[in-house]
Write a protein that binds this ligand. Structure first.
Ligand SMILES: Cc1cc2nc3c(=O)[nH]c(=O)nc-3n(C[C@H](O)[C@H](O)[C@H](O)COP(=O)(O)OP(=O)(O)OC[C@H]3O[C@@H](n4cnc5c(N)ncnc54)[C@H](O)[C@@H]3O)c2cc1C
Ligand code: SF4
Length: 463
C-alpha cells in the first residue's frame, strides 16, 4: 500500500476553542479520490458487514475513485438517508473501518471521511438527486420523534409510497442531532438539509407536537386514521447521581445545558436568545462519554469560561467517548480529572460554589467488563466550580408508555420490541434509543430501516 491514509484538515485548536465552527474541514476532491484509491475493492467486503444500514461501501468508494461523485452520492443514499450526518458522527473506528481488510496491515480506508465528502459535495453543488418514489398506497403512517430512527423510518416509508407524518415534541426536527451534538461537530445546516431531503420525498413534519399530550397513540390510530405507528422517541431523560446538593442553582443535566446552547443559543442571552446559560468561569463536567465530551467542549467555547474539567471515575482507557473527541478536547485545553468521583455539591445561598470529589482506584472488572472504580479513603478534595454539568447517562421518557395501554416496557422504561421493531401493540413499532437505551445514530437508523420494511409489509397486508 503506497498511499498512506489521508489526514483530516482541521481548524487550529487555539482558534477553534473560541468559536462554534466545525472542527474538521473535510477532504478536497483530490484527497477524496486518492483516499478512495486505497480501497482494494474486496470481493467479500467486510466493511459492509460492519454497517448497520448496509451502505454499499465498495461501490460508493469505487465511484469516488473514478471521480464520479454524483453516482457515489446516489449509491450512498440508496440505503442511508443521512450520509452527511453519519460521515461526521458515526463511530466508524468501531464499525466499517474496524473490519476493513487493509486495516490488518496498514490504516483502514477512511470510509467515514469519504462518506462525508460525497454528501457535502452533493449538498454544496446543489446536485441533489431524488430516488424513485413508488405510487401512493393510500396508507397513512405516524412516526413519533424526528431523531435518526424516526427520520430514517419516515424516509424509507415515503419512498414506498405511504403518506408519512412525523410528530416531534421540540420546535425543530433532528432529535439529538440538533439539540445534543454541538455545531462544531455537526453543523445544524447539515441536519436541516438532510431533513429537507425527507420533505422532498413527501414526508410531513409537525413540530411542537407531544404525543401523549397533544394526541395519544390510540387517538392517532383510532381517530386520525393512521394505519401504523413508529415510536422513535429516544432516551432524553437525564439521570442524576443522587448525591447531596444536586438541586443547587448551577447544577445542570447535559441535556439541558446542550439544548440551551445548541438549540436556543443561550450564550447570546438576552440579545438573540430566550434562555440563559450559566456564566460560570469554572465548569466541571461529570462523565466520560460523548455527551460529557460535547458538554465540556461546548462549555470551553463560552466566552466567559476560563477552566473546564472533565471529572471521570475510571481511567482514560475505560472512557466510552470516541478517541477523536477526547483528543480534540485535550487539544482545546480541557483538564481531565481521571479516577475522580464527585461526592457532594457545595452551595451558598442556593448557588453552587464547589464540588467535593474523592480519588478512585481500579478494582476487579464489574458487570460491564470494565474495572470497577473503588474509593480511596481520605482522598477527598474540593474543586472550585460555579457550574457542574452532569453527563452520566439518559433513560426513556415515560409519557408514551403511560398513555398507551398494552405497550410492554422493561424495568428501565424501554419499549420491548422484536428485531423488526414490532411491539406488544398491534400496528405499533418502535426503534432506536427508546428500545435499546442510549446508543448510536447509526444503530437508531438501522432500527428505523428494519421497522419501515416491517410496517410496509403490515399495511400492505391490511385490507
Ligand atoms: C450529546 C450527545 C452526543 C452524542 N454523540 C454521538 C456520536 O458522536 N455518534 C453517535 O453515533 N451517537 C451519538 N450520540 C447518541 C445518538 O445521538 C443517539 O443514539 C441517537 O440520536 C438516537 O436516535 P433516536 O432517533 O432513537 O432518538 P433521538 O435522537 O433522541 O430523537 C428522539 C426524538 O423524539 C422526540 N420525542 C421524544 N418524546 C416525544 C413525544 N412524546 N412526542 C413527540 N416527540 C417526542 C424528541 O424530542 C427527539 O427529537 C450522542 C448523544 C448525545 C446525547
Ligand atoms: S473492506 Fe476496506 S478495502 Fe475492502 S472493500 Fe471495504 S473499504 Fe475497501
Amino acid at each position: 500500500m503506497k498511499i498512506p491514509r489521508h489526514g483530516m484538515p482541521e481548524q487550529d485548536p487555539l482558534e477553534r476553542a473560541k468559536n462554534f465552527l466545525e472542527v474538521p474541514l473535510g477532504y478536497t476532491a483530490e484527497m477524496a479520490v486518492e483516499e478512495a484509491e486505497r480501497c482494494i475493492q474486496c470481493k467479500n467486503p467486510k466493511c459492509m458487514e460492519g454497517c448497520p444500514v448496509n451502505v454499499k461501501i465498495p461501490q460508493f468508494i469505487f465511484h469516488v475513485a473514478m471521480g464520479n461523485f454524483p453516482l457515489a452520492a446516489q449509491t450512498l443514499k440508496e440505503t442511508n438517508a443521512l450520509p452527511a450526518v453519519c460521515g461526521r458522527v458515526c463511530p466508524q473506528e468501531e464499525q466499517c473501518e474496524a473490519v476493513c481488510t487493509i486495516g490488518a496491515k496498514v490504516e483502514p480506508v477512511a470510509i467515514g471521511r469519504l462518506e462525508r465528502f460525497v454528501a457535502d459535495w452533493e449538498r454544496m453543488t446543489g446536485n441533489v438527486s431524488l430516488p424513485v418514489i413508488a405510487p401512493p398506497t393510500g396508507k397513512k403512517i405516524a412516526v413519533i420523534g424526528a431523531g435518526p430512527a424516526g427520520l430514517t423510518c419516515a424516509g424509507d416509508l415515503a419512498k414506498l409510497g405511504h403518506a408519512v407524518t412525523i410528530f416531534e415534541a421540540l420546535h425543530k426536527p433532528g432529535g439529538v442531532l440538533v439539540y445534543g451534538i454541538p455545531e462544531f461537530r455537526l453543523p445544524k445546516q447539515i441536519v436541516d438539509a438532510e431533513v429537507s431531503f425527507l420533505e422532498k420525498l413527501g414526508v410531513t413534519i409537525q413540530c411542537d407536537f407531544v404525543v401523549g399530550m397533544t394526541r395519544t397513540v390510540d387517538e392517532l390510530m383510532n381517530e386520525d386514521g393512521f394505519d401504523a405507528v413508529f415510536i422513535g422517541t429516544g432516551a432524553g431523560l437525564p439521570y442524576f447521581m443522587g448525591i447531596p446538593g444536586e438541586n443547587l442553582n448551577g447544577v445542570y443535566s447535559a441535556n439541558e445545558f446542550l439544548t440551551r446552547v445548541n438549540l436556543m443559543k443561550g450564550f447570546e442571552f438576552p440579545n438573540h436568545a430566550d434562555t440563559p446559560v450559566p456564566m460560570a468561569k469554572h465548569v466541571a463536567v461529570i462523565g466520560g462519554g460523548n455527551t460529557a465530551m460535547d458538554s465540556a467542549r461546548t462549555a470551553r467555547r463560552l466566552p466567559w469560561t476560563e477552566k473546564v474539567y472533565i471529572v471521570y471515575r475510571r481511567s482514560s482507557v475505560e472512557m466510552p467517548a470516541r478517541k477523536e473527541e477526547i483528543h480534540h478536547g485535550e487539544q482545546e485545553g480541557i483538564e481531565f480529572l481521571l479516577l475522580t468521583n464527585p461526592t457532594r455539591f457545595i452551595g451558598n445561598n442556593g448557588w453552587l460554589v464547589g464540588m467535593e470529589c474523592q480519588k478512585m482506584e481500579l478494582g476487579e472488572p464489574d458487570a460491564s467488563g470494565r474495572r470497577k472504580p473503588v474509593p480511596v479513603a481520605g482522598s477527598e478534595f474540593v474543586l472550585d466550580v460555579e457550574a457542574v454539568i452532569v453527563a452520566t447517562g439518559n433513560g426513556s421518557n415515560p409519557l408514551i408508555n403511560k398513555t398507551t395501554p398494552g405497550l410492554t416496557t422493561n424495568k428501565y422504561g424501554n419499549i420491548i420490541a422484536d428485531e423488526t421493531g414490532k411491539t406488544s401493540r398491534e400496528g405499533v413499532w418502535a426503534g432506536g434509543d427508546i428500545v435499546i437505551g442510549a446508543a448510536t445514530v447509526i444503530k437508531a437508523m438501522g432500527a428505523g430501516k428494519k421497522a419501515a420494511a416491517a410496517i410496509h409489509e403490515y399495511v400492505q397486508s391490511k385490507k
